[in-house]
Design a protein around this ligand. Structure first.
Ligand SMILES: *Cc1c(COP(=O)(O)O)cnc(C)c1O
Length: 467
């Protein structure tokens, strides 16, 4: 039987607020969150009593529970975490992390008013895209450039501008799904363009394109396969050949590059990834790519190519719905600026640094993590530094596996799944990967400044028994 007397002795919200704890909370947290947390805690104590338990219900006894709830509700839902997965461009984990220069530029331009759409020299209204256009043109050697919200938007606005109710010729081998809901055939449908598939899954010939061209062809579209690879008996039509067909029939050739590589990563084991400059040189009329994949900047969709075409895109009313905000401009311009010195770009743009970092440096970081862990958890786990493979990920570089070094943690007093979950639910969360009975901490994607925090997270993941 529930203890009615005890039920009536449960403290009220007001009593909790007026207690010494309440006063302290009110100084640090939002009143609404405190009240909600008190209500939740009292309700849970009432439930325990009704179920026949006999919890201590003095304010002193429940204050810790209330505070736990307050802290939980006061946390941002969108927050940083440690990526120990080894996947450098991880779409679920925010793709690229920004360079210090990009972050500083966001800070300085967003905390002040800016010349976002203002021409300082003339003292009058200016164009939003003027700032970014020149540097994109300089770096890619295209005639003109514009930027939209993401690469999906870039593809969509190209289709809408040049191929509404007209046919777009695409190879069957390139009708890709990039993840989430970005599938070329569906994007095509929603843009009002008509998909004209040519070739087969593994082979498409120049003649397939030539035969498909008709009076109603709006575009020739080439889509980078990004996240998969066809191997074996295959053939695709290279951009220069498509350009010939495009020229002959006066149809623009659009190349959706996806990852948007601007520095050749061949010396680092990333093959088959054409750079934006190469594709422009090969004659593609428009090239679209993401800002936050291999470029290593903020989310954005960059369109570079022929002036006449880019200007037509800019006149499309859809542009207004796809425009990027000032923080994106700040991050993108600062990221692009670093491409003036390739060596520095590879060092200072985190995505490029992580992809090209030498085994020695990664091993050193793994050793550092290993040594610190040996001190704190060696009685609870078997630890080892091992060579392994990390992935580029993020709908780019399907084939690229990079040799890396991981710290392997083989827990002794809990399952590897429990350890993984505790780490994931920690603060900050740590995302690691499981390989059989080992938890792998990939040193490639752990930032140097995160190492100390990571050690603490791993140590506490061993202490709590959340499962
Ligand atoms: C990633 C990718 C996209 C989508 O780009 P978002 O920036 O995610 O919108 C489109 N096409 C290709 C080929 C891609 O790789």
């Amino acid at each position: 039987m529930p203890d009615k007397k005890k039920l009536s002795r449960l403290p009220s919200v007001d009593e909790c607020l007026k207690s010494a704890y309440g006063e302290e909370w009110l100084e640090k947290y939002y009143r609404k969150i405190i009240v909600r947390s008190i209500r939740e805690t009292i309700a849970s104590k009432r439930k325990e009593l009704l179920e026949g338990a006999d919890p201590d219900i003095t304010i002193d006894a429940i204050a810790a529970d209330i505070e736990k709830n307050i802290v939980k509700h006061s946390e941002f839902k969108f927050r940083p975490l440690i990526n120990a997965s080894g996947v450098v461009i991880h779409t679920n984990l925010g793709r690229s992390i920004l360079s210090d220069t990009a972050l500083e530029n966001i800070m300085s331009t967003a905390r002040s008013y800016s010349n976002l759409e203002y021409e300082i020299a003339k003292g009058k209204r200016g164009k939003r895209y003027a700032h970014i256009r020149d540097i994109l043109v300089e770096l890619t050697e295209a005639e003109d450039a514009v930027v939209v919200n993401n690469n999906a938007a870039a593809v969509l606005i190209c289709l809408d501008t040049f191929a509404k109710d007209r046919e777009v010729i695409v190879s069957r081998g390139e009708l890709v799904e990039i993840g989430g809901s970005f599938r070329i055939p569906e994007v095509m449908k929603s843009s009002g363009a008509l998909l004209r598939e040519v070739g087969t899954t593994n082979k498409t010939h120049l003649l397939d394109y030539e035969n498909a061209v008709c009076g109603n062809t709006g575009l020739l579209l080439k889509v980078h396969q990004s996240n998969y690879k066809i191997s074996g008996f295959t053939q695709e039509v290279p951009v220069p050949d498509l350009v010939k067909v495009g020229k002959e029939f006066r149809i623009p050739v659009v190349s959706d590059l996806g990852s948007g590589c601007m520095i050749s990563l061949m010396p680092y084991g990333v093959h088959d990834e054409p750079t934006v400059q190469e594709v422009i040189k090969e004659g593609a009329d428009l090239v679209t790519f993401s800002g936050d994949k291999l470029l290593g900047g903020p989310q954005a969709g960059i369109i570079v190519g022929r002036k006449k075409l880019v200007q037509k895109i800019q006149k499309n009313p859809m542009m207004r719905a796809m425009r990027i905000d000032k923080m994106t401009f700040a991050a993108l311009e600062a990221t692009l600026m670093q491409y003036h010195d390739e060596e520095k770009a590879l060092k200072n743009i985190p995505t490029l640094r992580m992809l090209t970092e030498s085994g020695d440096i990664i091993k050193k970081r793994a050793k550092k993590i290993f040594n610190a862990l040996k001190k704190s958890v060696s009685d609870k786990a078997v630890l080892e530094v091992q060579p392994d493979q990390s992935r580029a990920g993020g709908g780019s570089l399907p084939e690229a596996d990079f040799p890396t070094f991981v710290v392997s943690i083989r827990p002794q007093n809990m399952t590897v799944n429990a350890l993984e979950k505790n780490l994931r639910l920690g603060d900050p969360p740590v995302i690691a990967r499981i390989k059989e009975d080992e938890l792998l901490i990939d040193a490639r994607t752990v930032q140097d400044r995160e190492v100390k925090t990571l050690i603490g997270c791993i140590a506490s993941a061993f202490e709590i028994n959340k499962i």
